[in-house]
Design a protein around this ligand. Sequence first.
Ligand code: BTN
Length: 261
Amino acid sequence: MIPAPDRDRTPHLPPAYRLVALEEIDSTNAEAKRRAAEGAEDGTLVWARRQTGGYGRQGRQWASAEGNLFLSLVVRPDCSLAQAAQFSFVTAIALGDAIGSVAPPLIEVTYKWPNDVLLNGRKAAGILLESKGDAAQQLEWLVIGVGVNVNSFPTETRLPATSLHFEGCPATVSAVDLLEAFGRHMLSWINVWLDEGFAPVRETWLRHAQGLGQEIEVRLPQESLHGVFSDLDPEGTLVLQRPDGTTRRIAAGEVYLPGEG
Ligand code: BTN
């Protein structure tokens, strides 16, 4: 029998995951949310080779060409909705480790607040968290959506994008390879977060934070703020040192680094 090409093989993941492997779906996040609402268990991982309606933050379209990685993971940790937001950092560093394990050492992996992974300063991966909580603001389920540009990237984006292959990862590295690496690193970082809390995640993220100590602009729905990105606080909010000496803590917004937008 002729072996299937590497990119067509079935991914091998640690037994903690329940893999739902699909050829095509509207959006793995939409599918994971449908399944979570019907009771899908912790560790359900929806992976598709193609998406017809992939979406990102602010409802933006997420280009979903075959060959890139699209997955959504359902998790149900016992925590508040606010704590669940820390999963964007857990996921970013797990992705950074996964990319680091398949990429040549000279590729620089950095994290942009709150949920992008950059390669050599350009966006290669995005993370989208969607959750449901109860009346007491406790988490019922969290869907963690991850899109990684492996072999292609869109050119008409708000900020410059890139892909693993464009930045010099061997062309033999496939979405399946990256899915397997992500599965391993994500499991290990989730366990760090469960056992030790947010502190080690925060430290790791900060070591590779894009724009830390620099002048940035943060666009909020009603206003736009300028200041120095001085820290990530112990909960995961961005600390902005304002020119008038005051400090603002920002839980959600769009960050523009020097030279962007
Ligand atoms: C962003 O940077 O705006 C987040 C992008 C998240 C895209 C991924 S692709 C897999 C999952 N399914 C979706 O429809 N979106 C997420």
